[in-house]
Design a protein around this ligand. Sequence first.
Ligand code: SOE
Length: 399
Amino acid sequence: MSGPAARPASAAVIGTGFVGAQHVEALRRIGVDVAVVVASAHDRARTAAEGLGVRRWTADWGSAVSDRGIDVVHVCVPNDLHRPVVLAALAAGKHVVCEKPLALDLAQGRELADAAGRSDRVAVLCHNYRFFPMVAELRLRVAAGVLGRVHSLRGAYLQDWLVSADATNWRIDAARGGRSRTIADIGTHWVDLAETVAQCRLEAVLAELATIHPRRPAHAHAQTFTASADAADDWVDVDTEDQAGLLLRFEGGVTGVLSLSQVAAGHSNDLELSIDGAAGSATWRQEEPDQLRLARNGTVEVIARSPDGLSPGARQLARLPAGHNEGWADALRNLLAAAYGAVRRDRIADEAGAAPIPTFDDGVRHLAFVEAALQSATAGSWVSIDEVLNQRPSAAEVS
Ligand code: SOE
């Protein structure tokens, strides 16, 4: 952070839903002053601020973003608002931490990455799964060749908070969340995790999508994970996917199979990544985050997180002794600690370490993955990420 170094960094958190509240709590843990929270209505902002113990609140995100006392803007609003909030924050000289997916679509994502690139500000994308200690440990072990040459990445990201037809949320609405829901919301997490851990990039995708509930209640004020509607008599058509099956091709001939769903009963936030290599196989699951399953030389070992068992890079992400579970909120805390380290240095270092900071450029590639999956599902054929990145935007997208 430029200027006098003495005062703690000051943040504005825009959005007070599930994830906005988690940002506030994580920021407290790393000594950042949360100066203001913003919600879509004054009463909601006040209720959130009082509940979280934040001294200022407003329904006017523009005033919070341009506030001279704010160093970093956290963008925790629905996807359609990422573009205006991020652009305004960068124009006001703020650093930005933006929730994923980066934007509503690839064209917007590119615009935000370009704006971030032109600025001298730090712009971070919130892929917190990179920051679990056992994920970092797996990345380091794969890089050290423990699994031999990697040949396949397999897994799933399954949720059930939209399993019932009367569950709803802003994400069901393509105008607010984008043309893809499940792939954009949770598929991007899985791909980011797979690419980060195996250190190879996704090249092409073959996708099949399904919308199990073609009508749901209008989203009103339903919150993510509670997902109940205020008024269940106003139903709308749903054109975003509830689930997807994907075949993937990564660089170096690495193959992938991925199952995604937000309507898989009993799977609350069940992200699983398996990596198969010539010398072994490993699996990490978000719902059992302190464990790593490793199969090598005819034996299967479950490695539990413990200070002595971790490589130094991964150990830095662990805060509690063995047996004291660390999870989703701790990984977000770790990501934000890394982001504010970059803010203090005024740049994201080119990191080859245990948990590199996710950038807006990563977000652009993820949005190209989403677009490739949508095109693939329509065409019934493989679509390459480069092909999508090289497609000229249509006039409608440019305007
Ligand atoms: C809802 O599907 C959601 O909150 C995602 O948006 C988050 O990114 C994921 O971490 C948990 O589930």
